[in-house]
Design a protein. Structure first.
Length: 468
């Protein structure tokens, strides 16, 4: 029987890789972690989720200060620069690194900092920071190297006025105007953040509507509030040329439009971080976006090599990546992984934020499923009136005959928290998944959770009137 240094080596210490390594170690496996950065946490901690959501939080506080007369009376409102806001947002990153760093010695996981390259299916070579190289062997490997922003070759990202969603976190000036190319989740989030700072934003969308995977009503609400915040949203547009000079950037669109701004933020897709792994040496090939194909157990075409997180594509959510890490550790032990991607709620951190779970109205209509809608508008909720965050609504879709909850969609403050109450009921089996739960349950008052009772009564009353 072959002898290996480790039972499993994980490449990449983001949410997927970190949870995979810890789960494997807790089940008795000899585990090692290889991280290219000098600090653990992956893109989630250093370039993506944590810094961008922290930036959003700071801007949200600025807006609250700016719009509330009681705060303005304390002193004159002063415009903060982007570097100042970014500095405040960055304070959480060391705390995250410290927390994740503690997981490795506590679980006896050996940590190596360097670039990993496959030699064969059981061997990797690590290029260490000091220039030395080291070879490690393992029975199994888990690739969790994450992703990075996609960069087309005809856009000069070396220019100091052209950014992607990683380098925007290093911008050292405050633009008066900004073009954001790409209106996916990241583009919409940054559009609301920069508009919240008073920066003029042009958001270029190559599709007919914003975030078309959302329920249409929620997508429409996002579009309205972005425009209300000063964002110019342009649909059905594709670029033909990007020209940057000392004073700004000109974006020429295929429609003939020419847009000019102080800077450009490119948010059009992501690429899996697989190009430095030497995948051909183990018989693997990534797709055109650098992503790996896996089966239901997260196994690649090579039996002892698994992959999780953004490097396998959809759903590309940090929340799902944590669960995928635990699931792949079970799969590696020969157990059935229990993560179902359709059960993962979306969390979109625009201002206001969005979260949804289950079917949309469009999907239910196409499937000819008889359903009804229950709505609660935050402006009618006492807690929202007290906090001043009264923009938004909670929307519940349920079967008109069985009252089974089929979808939940929320737009407004703390939407990504509110969604979990409905998620808990939707996960119940059989008749326990029923909108009547919310109508017959007492919620604390005043709370945002009370919106579930209002939405349930709204929907049930509509069905009752129809049947009477």
């Amino acid at each position: 029987m072959s002898e290996y240094n480790y039972d499993v080596i994980v490449i990449g210490s983001g949410p997927a890789g970190g949870s995979a390594a810890v789960s494997a170690a807790k089940s008795g496996k000899r585990a090692a972690m290889i991280e290219a950065r000098s600090m653990v946490g992956g893109n989630c901690t250093h370039k993506g989720t944590i810094p961008s959501k922290s930036l959003r939080h700071v801007v949200k506080q600025i807006l609250r200060f700016k719009n509330d007369p009681i705060f303005r009376s304390v002193g004159d409102y002063r415009t903060l620069t982007y570097p100042e806001v970014l500095s405040a947002a960055s304070r959480v990153i060391p705390k995250q690194v410290e927390m994740y760093d503690a997981h490795y010695p506590r679980n006896r996981i050996q940590l190596f900092n360097g670039e990993a390259t496959f030699i064969d299916a059981h061997t990797v070579e690590i290029a260490l920071a000091d220039g030395l190289k080291e070879k490690l062997t393992a029975e199994n490997f888990i690739i969790a190297t994450g992703s990075r922003p996609y960069r087309p070759v005809d856009v000069d990202f070396s220019h100091p006025r052209v950014y992607d969603s990683d380098t925007i976190l290093e911008m050292t000036h405050t633009p008066r105007s900004l073009i954001i190319y790409g209106a996916g989740v990241i583009g919409c989030e940054y559009a609301s953040i920069f508009a919240g700072m008073g920066i003029k934003v042009d958001l270029i969308n190559s599709r007919e509507r914003l975030l078309s995977f959302l329920d249409d009503e929620i997508s429409d609400a996002l579009s309205y509030h972005l425009r209300d915040g000063g964002v110019m949203v342009r649909h059905n547009e594709d670029y033909s040329e990007v020209k940057a000079d000392e004073s700004g950037v000109t974006l020429t669109l295929k429609s003939g439009k020419r847009l000019r701004a102080d800077a450009l933020l490119w948010c059009n897709g992501r690429t899996g971080n697989t190009d430095k792994l030497s995948l051909p040496s183990v018989g693997l090939e990534a797709n055109h976006r650098g992503q790996l194909n896996v089966d239901q157990g997260y196994r690649t075409e090579v039996d002892n090599i698994f992959a999780v997180g953004d490097v396998i594509g959809w759903p590309s959510l940090a929340s799902a990546s944590f669960d995928q890490g635990r699931a792949v550790a079970k799969s590696m032990r020969g157990e059935e992984p229990d993560l179902v991607a359709s059960d993962v709620p979306t969390g979109i951190y625009t201002l206001p934020e969005i979260s949804s779970l289950g079917k949309t109205e469009r999907e239910l209509t196409a499937q000819r499923i008889p359903y009804e809608v229950g709505r609660a508008f935050f402006k009618h909720t006492a807690r929202a009136q007290i906090s001043g965050e009264d923009v938004g609504m909670l929307k519940i879709l349920f079967h008109i005959d069985t009252y089974e909850i089929l979808g939940i969609h929320c737009f407004g403050a703390e939407a990504s928290e509110i969604i979990h109450i409905g998620q808990a009921i939707m996960k119940q089996e059989g008749e326990a998944n029923n909108i009547n739960y919310f109508a017959s349950t007492t919620f604390n008052y005043p709370t945002m959770a009370e919106a579930y009772r209002q939405a349930a009564l709204n929907g049930i009353n509509r069905v009752t009137r129809m049947k009477s």
